[in-house]
Ligand binder design. Structure first.
Ligand code: SPV
Ligand code: MG
Length: 558
């Protein structure tokens, strides 16, 4: 059923049809929730909401855009208050076409001359159109409408202009005879006496409409009994909001903390409901590709190089060191969450009691950290090794852009590899305490000492601590991303290998229990699985020694 047909049905009842003014989609929704029969797209409200007087300042298009917004927000029929029709009868023809196109139930036009002035403004120029001119507008409107249900309300301002009852009746009769569906007689008296006098003399079958703004004690039922099928409460909505907003803002300015105005304002959830956030959620689930969930596993169980790190690690593991007021773990978690990674598992071992309870991470323990290495630690988090998994060593600090690039990698396995290592190797600055996890890559992004990563990516061809430094292109920094397929391959490979006798060496480890991530990565490479290299040039730090720590503390950007 069209909204125009709905309005006609409402008008056919034996009770007043109640419209209430709105100036935007949200107020239209509130009108609907309050139980009104329909919405009056009020010129007064629409202008006031834009801090403009109700004086034909807005163009027809501007006005109808708001009427359309109001109509779209509610299932109720909407009557557009269209002042004097934005011109003459020819303009009214276009007005009717546009209103029907927008799905509005009807319009109200009034016999003020253009530019109109709000009926209640004192000491402003007030003139009425000739009866012929305005009757022509009504005829033009009725002649233009496509749907027979579209409602055209003719409004006379004869009382407002002070032209008296006889003129009001003369005008109203002419407009009714021109085909108006309802006759709106407006009055600015504070009693309904003009409306009553008019109603007593009304002698056409056309029902009346009333806007009891100033004669505000009169009830809708009383007006209905006078012949007003339609009663319009035109501007109480915006006046309520002005009072409420002013009081809330005044208190807020005074108290200067948001909770002070809680009792005065709608909770956020109320706004979410009104604007349809749950529908938005359903639509996202139905039509958007499922977001790729990434689980991060931070491997932070090991001691590190005890000799070099004492006394720093006497009471805490490396992940718990503070750098610039935050622990390394806190910094990592911050970065991960900034990249929408909410599922974070931390594998603890050494000094596990030093890790604080955090609601942003889940802990699992590798209590055999002394007999194992980081591969065993990673698999302590095996229940989390599902879907897309980011593996992160617990002692590195890295620039956000590195994580950004890694998360965009499309490969089943991708490793972040730093090509600046090669440069420090050439300068003779070898890793001070250990052999880093070196990698060989298919291409080198270094060209004449400039770093130029290839647009179509790079591949790791070999990884391990025993690669001849001169043969290595880069260093694995301890950040790896596994696609859901990559994670499954990693798990399957791990389980296949756990069955192998632990006494046998596994790549560079003395036994499988002692294997590190780089050992299983080399295993995957040997199986023929492509491993992508996310090439970087600096932008990260690891903490292997006391000197590293001092340097990190000096350099960290707070
Ligand atoms: C409006 O709401 O814009 C009206 C009704 O025309 S009134 O303001 O009461 O005149
Ligand atoms: Mg108006």
């Amino acid at each position: 059923m069209s909204k125009a047909a709905k309005l006609r049905e409402l008008l056919g009842r034996t009770q007043p049809t109640l419209l209430v003014g709105a100036h935007n989609g949200l107020t239209a929704k509130l009108a609907e929730e309050a139980g009104f029969d329909g919405v009056w797209a009020s010129g007064f409200e629409i202008n006031a909401a834009r801090a403009l007087p109700d004086a034909s300042i807005l163009s027809m298009s501007e006005h109808l855009a708001v009427c359309g917004e109001i109509n779209d927000a509610t299932a109720l029929p909407v009557v557009a208050d269209c002042d004097n029709g934005f011109g003459n009868a020819i303009n009214v023809m276009r007005l009717v076409r546009e209103c029907e196109k927008a799905g509005l139930a009807g319009i109200s036009i009034e016999d003020n001359v253009f530019p109109k002035r709000c009926s209640f403004y004192a000491s402003v120029k007030r003139e009425l159109e000739s009866i012929e001119e305005f009757s022509g507008k009504i005829r033009a409107a009725k002649n233009t409408q496509r749907s027979p249900d579209f409602v055209v309300i003719a409004r006379t301002e004869a009382f407002i202009a002070g032209w008296g009852l006889e003129e009001a009746l003369k005008r109203a009769r002419a407009y009714a005879d021109a085909g108006a569906d309802l006759l709106l007689v407006h009055s600015k008296k504070n009693t309904p006496e003009e409306i009553q006098a008019f109603a007593r003399r009304w002698d056409r079958p056309v029902p009346l409409a009333a806007v009891p703004t100033i004669y505000k004690q009169t009830t809708a039922q009383e007006l209905y009994e006078l012949g007003c099928r339609l009663v319009i409460f035109a501007n109480q909505g915006i006046r309520a909001s002005v009072k409420a907003v002013r009081e809330a803002l005044t208190e807020l300015r005074e108290k200067q903390f948001a909770a002070a105005v809680d009792p005065r304002i709608a909770p956020l959830e109320e706004i979410y409901r009104l604007v349809g956030v749950s529908e938005l959620r359903d639509q996202e689930a139905q039509f958007l590709p499922a977001p790729e969930k990434t689980t991060a596993v931070i491997v932070a169980a090991g001691v590190g190089f005890e000799r070099e790190l004492m006394p720093l690690i006497k009471d805490r593991p490396k992940a718990m060191w503070e750098v610039g007021g935050k622990t390394i773990l806190e910094r990592q978690v911050e970065r991960l969450r900034a990249h929408a990674i909410k599922e974070i598992v931390v594998v603890r071992g050494y000094k596990k009691e030093a890790f604080p309870a955090l609601d942003t991470v889940r802990y699992v323990d590798n209590d055999r950290y002394a007999q194992t290495h980081n591969l065993a630690s990673l698999f302590c988090a095996e229940p989390a090794l599902e879907g897309r998994v980011l593996v992160l060593y617990g002692d590195i600090l890295f620039d956000s852009s590195i994580l950004d690039r890694l998360l965009r990698a499309q490969a089943d396995v991708a490793l972040v590899v730093d090509h600046a290592w090669q440069e420090s190797y050439q300068r003779g600055q070898l890793h001070p305490v250990s052999h880093p996890e070196l990698v060989q890559t298919q291409n080198s992004p270094l060209y004449k000492n400039r770093f130029l990563p290839a647009a179509d990516g790079n591949r790791v061809t070999r990884i391990g601590r025993t690669i001849e430094p001169a043969q290595a292109q880069a260093e694995f920094i301890g950040m790896a991303l596994f696609s859901p397929r990559g994670t499954k391959i990693l798990r399957d490979t791990y389980h296949r290998l756990t069955k192998v006798a632990d006494q046998l060496p596994f790549h560079e480890a003395a036994g499988f229990q002692k294997a590190s991530l780089s050992d299983i990565l080399q295993e995957l490479l040997d199986q023929g699985l492509p491993v992508a290299a996310v090439d970087i040039y600096k932008g990260w730090m690891e903490v292997d020694t006391f000197e590293d720590y001092v340097k990190v503390c000096e350099q960290i950007q707070l």
